[in-house]
Every structure is written in C-alpha cells, then in structure tokens.
Design a protein around this ligand. Sequence first.
Ligand SMILES: Cc1cc2nc3c(=O)[nH]c(=O)nc-3n(C[C@H](O)[C@H](O)[C@H](O)COP(=O)(O)OP(=O)(O)OC[C@H]3O[C@@H](n4cnc5c(N)ncnc54)[C@H](O)[C@@H]3O)c2cc1C
Length: 464
Amino acid sequence: MKNNYDVLIIGAGISGICAAYELSIKRKDLKIGILEQGNGIYERSCPIISKKVTKCAHCQECSIMKGFGGAGSFSDGKFNITTEFGGWLNSYVSDEEVMNLIHYVDGINIEFGAPQETLYKNSEKTQAIEREALKHDLHLLNADVKHFGTERNLEILKNYYQFLSSRVDIQCNCKVEDIEISEEGYLVVLENGINYTTTYLIMAPGRSGAEWFGNLCKKHGFALTNNQVDIGVRVEVPAIILEEITSNLYEAKLKYRTKCYGDIVRTFCMNPYGYVVTENIDGIITVNGHSYGDQKLRSKNTNFALLVSGTFTEPFNDPYQYGKRIASCSNLLGDGVIIQRFGDLISGRRTTASRLEKSFVHPTLAAAEPGDLSLVIPKRQLDSIIEMLYVLDELAPGIANEDTLLYGVEVKVYSSKPMHSKCLEMASKNLFAIGDGAGVTRGISQAAASGILVAREILKREGE
Ligand SMILES: Cc1cc2nc3c(=O)[nH]c(=O)nc-3n(C[C@H](O)[C@H](O)[C@H](O)COP(=O)(O)OP(=O)(O)OC[C@H]3O[C@@H](n4cnc5c(N)ncnc54)[C@H](O)[C@@H]3O)c2cc1C
C-alpha cells in the first residue's frame, strides 16, 4: 500500500515548521504534509489585540495559541540562544548539539528576516547586575538573546509560510482527532472524518494540544513521565523601574529559592515597554506578554511572569489538570483574567475598579477584572510570589510598590512527557514527538531545534 504522505506533521508551530523546512530542503522527493487546527497565517487575528472587543471573545480556535506559526506568532520573539532554559532538549542530546541546532535555526531565521545582532552582551554592567542579584540570592541565567519584536516576528513566520507553501502540503483549520498504528505506518484521523496515511508521523501539538496529546498517549499505552507545572502571575511595573536591567540584558531570567518553602521561583518572559495579553486554551483564559520592536509602539510599562515551579510525586500524575483547574478558578471569579494591585493583595483586600483607577500604574490589558488573587492561587505559590517580589525589590527598587499590578493567573502546563529515545522517537517506530506539547521544550529556540533534530533522524533513515 502506498501511503498518502511520507511524513505528516501535526501542528504548525515553530517545531513542526522547522521539521518541515529541514525535510523539504534536503529531500524534494518526499511528500510532506502539515495539519494545523488553527487559521492560516494571513487569517490569524485576536479580537482583543485588534481592539474589536475588550474581553476574550472565546474564538473557536484562539489565534494567540493556534494557527500557522503556533503560539509564538503574536509573541515578540525573544530567541534565546542557550541550553540553560527554554526546555530540556539537552537531556536527549548533548549541550553542544543543542547549541549547534539553535545556531542553525538562527541562520534560517536571519534568511527570513530576523536581526543579525544579539542583545545581551557580557559587559561590566551585566556583571555588576549579576553580582548585585547574587547579594540577594537571586541567580541570573545568562544567555545571548535576540529580540525580533512582535511585528517582525509575524513577518518572519509569513516568510516561512511563503517558502514552505510550494514544497509542503499545508492544511489549516484541520484538527487531528486520532491516530491509528498499523504495519505500514500511521493512519491520521481528522475531526472532519478525512483520513490520511503516513510512514513517519511527527506530533508537534504545543501547549494548546498538550491535553489532547496526553490523552492520545494514554489511549495507545505509551508510558508517560510526570512533568512540572508552573503557576504564577504576570507582574507589570513602570518600565523605568527595570530600565537598568532591560537596557543591559533585555530580559533578566532570575531564579530564587524561597525561604518559606524552598520552592524555586523564576522571572520569565520579560517584555520591556510591552503589553500584557490573554491566551485561551480550550476555553481557559490565562495571561502572557509581548513587546514591539518599533519604539513608536511601546507602552510605558514592563511586564514579566513570576512562576513557581512544582513537580508532583506519586500517586498524582496529571499536572495538566491541576494547572487548568487553578486557571479556571480565576476565570470563574473574574470572568477571565484577574488583576490586583500588590498593595491590595498584601492588605488582604480585593482590588476594585475605583482602586485600580487611582493606581499610578495603568494596566496595558483592559480585559482584566479587578479582583483578589488570594482566592485563586494556592497559599504555597502565593507566599512564594510575595517573597520573591520583596527580594526583587532589593535589586530593582519599586517592584514591590503598592501600585505594582499582578495579573492572574499565568500557568504553564504541559502534558506529561512520553518516554522518548535520544532522537525524540516514542515507543512506536517512526513516531516522533517534539516541541512544548511533548514536554521537551518551552521556548521558541529549543522547540525549533527539536524539529530539526527529528527531521535529520528521518533523513538518516531515508538514506541521506
Ligand atoms: C503570547 C506569547 C508570547 C511568547 N513569547 C515567547 C518568547 O518571547 N520567546 C520564547 O522563546 N517563547 C515564547 N513563547 C512560547 C513559544 O511561543 C512556544 O515555546 C513555541 O511556540 C512552542 O512551539 P511548538 O511548535 O512546540 O508549539 P506551538 O507553537 O504551540 O504550536 C503547536 C501547534 O499545534 C497545533 N495543534 C495542536 N493540536 C493539534 C491537533 N490535534 N490537530 C492539529 N493541530 C494541532 C496548535 O494549533 C498549534 O498551532 C510565547 C508564547 C505566547 C503564547
């Protein structure tokens, strides 16, 4: 029997796109397809960002999370060149190999319009910041980073699309429901009833497809290991408070072990002069952030996530549901995302619309409902967040001001990880799982690198 495809990729996020890129440039004779549940790149638009609505419109497929380009499309494209964070690809291959893959992706991005220059430079200033941070037990993770900017990031993805569209069969608005395993390969069953067969199957479902992917693994009896869940808030302060750090480092990835519980809290996804946005995963609304490259499009604020990491032990093995339920509690109370002034949180009172109006810091996300995050975030995580804010205040005075805005909740949930081989192959031959949804990565650069890694393995098997 001849399969419809040689390689089918589920998900058109950066991991799936890079796998398709590598396969299509090296082997023009392979029939490659991408199936994506969201819109095509030219049809993606978030009604909140385009100011058509103020609250999440619950679009059938959230354009922030789904569509050609994946979750990164409306991000500001901070491209981190490191193995220190952004995923766990270095638990499958060496640090050196991961870095080579990231540099390779960087080269493709430049070809498609990304900047040449990196923002972080090891200098006396950055060393002084690192030293000062250490005095407060804050551990700075150093990495080269490129900032594409939200507007340029989208252009780069459009260039990927233009390049791939003549080489790869890209189908959007096409949700995969199920897969079946046979002697000849894989049968991929779409929600609309259409089926395709393929020799190699690459699953690249991202965070928005993580629950679906986890259920599929359970159904087929693929062993899963537990993954961590990160719960926290998005913090928004006047940009000037972090100016010294952001102008030298662009973003500060700081890790801290709390005195109250010994839990790790970290700053994540810092957006100088940026905007807070909502993301919708299967009806659950959480927060994220981005910032434009164009100075004219800047806000007056800087936002960043403060996340408390937790990993569950036996017998619980569904961190995805844990994170989702905490987020849904904020949606229940706040009809979406809740916003609270730090001063109100500390005083044990909710933020009201009138208290927020008097705040010196003006929120960049109008869609958030003033409320009380202590009714949503578990005590353990909330205590850790408060402790971390006071420690950060030592490094950048003003962070723990009364008017500092906290948006909740920010949750990074991933499915439990399937047991992978070194080349990200699952327990079935020629079936691979890559990117954030497979629990391998949590950032653009490593997700893209995981796609290249798997593509090269397939090319090897095809005699390249
Ligand atoms: C607002 C925002 C800002 C961000 N900023 C940054 C940043 O600055 N730097 C950084 O490194 N990372 C950032 N991230 C994270 C980054 O976007 C992700 O790490 C990256 O996109 C992961 O790539 P991926 O290919 O694994 O998954 P995704 O990009 O999530 O793509 C997966 C795709 O699979 C599709 N899919 C899922 N299930 C199915 C199915 N059953 N059938 C068909 N299609 C399916 C989804 O619709 C989705 O389009 C940001 C994320 C967001 C939301």
